[in-house]
Ligand binder design. Structure first.
Ligand code: 0EO
Length: 325
């Protein structure tokens, strides 16, 4: 089996949403595919009306294939401080033509305000490792874990784009989607994430490949040396990050993956991607797409990095592949 689904950017590439079919007859919800978490949760008819703000909701009672997973609950909180919790159904889930028949669909009974405010997203589809799924008492598998044994190849690929529709493919590598060769590097999933080590200016950086995080967060030393090349760039505490004059021409940002003997491959993030967005309506000052990880405790290669590459999340061989495009 295989599947292929469009990933549409929202709010200046802040997140990427994909249409997912749930239940019988199919209910299509736009979900944020997140390689940084492992719960498939959705706004539902169980979500208080006061917390629903135009989002499409899942109605288990109108799905003939929905079965309540009795006694199961979930509760999750994310790096940005948002959170949600609720109950669990098993139902049929289809992504880009790839179907999993008994997928844990976590229906929200509560969502935090930032989810209510994000009118374009109906929830998340977690693509990290099932070891960090939050369902209790019996942890549930991700869509990818459930699909893996049926896939032509035990992998999925992420091809996110700046300000344009990209694609997640499951079960195969689309050779027309990238240029040159794919450089692979081992994955450390001990924390449940797609952890890997890259080299930046000769320094090894261990971080995670996270489609659910908008920006790149790296060690201070790397970030300060990057912005030292940009006149007028400075760390601004009110914005809690590096800002600079919007007219600045930003240097490209490169990192090497799969180094060692073969020299590995280099991913180059165009400087224009690092000029993420204006900090206010005046458009004078812009916020950087590369920020320090010092308040996070882990380095994150988020969408700013991922959209500069074609990335293979290989669950069978526990490796990450990076290619230019
Ligand atoms: C629960 C654990 C098992 C896993 C958990 N994983 C994470 O927190 C990482 C994961 O990728 C989560 C997934 C996101 C949670 C919030 C909704 C969107 C997805 N990433 C995160 O928690 C990181 C948050 C993102 O970077 C937000 C995302 C966002 C998008 C649109 C609107 C609001 C917020 N972007 C964001 O803040 O963009 C700015 C900086 C430009 C404003 C953890 O480590 O705690």
């Amino acid at each position: 089996d295989s599947g292929s689904v469009t990933a549409s950017p929202r709010q200046q590439d802040t997140e990427y949403l994909c249409p997912v079919q749930i239940g019988s007859p199919a209910q299509t919800l736009p979900l944020d595919f997140d390689t940084g978490s492992s719960d498939l949760w959705v706004f539902s008819t169980d979500t208080p009306r006061s917390e629903v703000n135009g989002q499409t909701v899942y109605d288990a009672s109108s799905s003939s294939s929905a079965k309540r997973l009795s006694g199961a609950t979930w509760k999750i909180s994310y790096g940005d401080g948002s959170s949600s919790s609720g109950i669990v159904y098993l139902d049929t889930v289809t992504v880009g033509g790839l179907t999993v028949s008994r997928q844990a669909v976590e229906a929200a009974k509560q969502v935090s305000s930032s989810f209510s405010r994000d009118t374009s997203s109906s929830g998340l589809l977690g693509l990290a490792f099932s070891s960090i799924n939050t369902v209790s008492p019996n942890q549930q598998k991700t869509f990818f874990d459930n699909a893996m044994p049926h896939l032509d190849a035990p992998l999925f690929t992420a091809d996110l784009k700046h300000n344009a529709d990209g694609r997640y493919n499951f079960g195969y590598i689309d050779k027309s989607a990238y240029t040159g060769s794919i450089s692979y590097t081992p994955v450390d999933n001990s924390q449940g994430f797609w952890g890997f080590t890259a080299t930046v200016d000769g320094t090894d950086v261990t971080g995670i490949a996270d489609t659910g995080t908008t920006l790149i967060y790296l060690p201070d030393s790397i970030v300060t040396s990057y912005y030292s090349q940009v006149s007028g760039a400075r760390y601004d505490s009110s914005n809690a990050g590096y800002i600079f004059p919007c007219g600045s021409s930003m240097p490209d940002f490169s990192f090497n993956v799969g180094g060692g003997g073969g020299g590995g491959g280099t991913v180059t993030v165009p400087g224009s991607y690092v000029n993420f967005a204006p900090t206010d309506q005046t458009g004078q000052t812009c916020f950087g797409g590369l920020q320090s990880d010092s308040s996070i405790g882990i380095s994150i290669f988020g969408d700013i990095a991922l959209k500069a590459a074609f990335v293979v999340f290989d669950g069978g061989n526990k490796q990450l592949g990076w290619a230019a495009k």
